[in-house]
Design a protein. Structure first.
Length: 81
């Protein structure tokens, strides 16, 4: 399974339809043809990210930063909620 965000093959299965990308540190589910990307914040809250552009921006931020953004910063990054 390739990561829908960075196209890396560096992903692992964490559930029946759930995968984790160790490059982006994002989770995604693949059910049928529908891929949904999730971000899990440091408090363990998951957010569905509908847009892949947003997911890429977020993944880029996570890769560069030392820590995962909290909800407030996340909203700033992906501009919604
Ligand atoms: Zn990825």
């Amino acid at each position: 399974m390739y990561c829908p965000v960075c196209m890396s093959a560096n992903t692992g299965k964490t559930g029946s339809d759930t995968y984790y990308c160790s490059e982006c540190l994002l989770e995604f589910t693949c059910i049928g043809n529908e891929v949904t990307i999730y971000y899990i914040d440091p408090e363990g809250v998951s957010y569905a990210i509908k847009d892949r552009g947003e997911a890429r921006r977020l993944a880029e931020y996570i890769r560069q930063g030392d820590e995962l953004p909290l909800q407030e910063r996340l909203q700033e990054l992906i501009g919604k909620c």
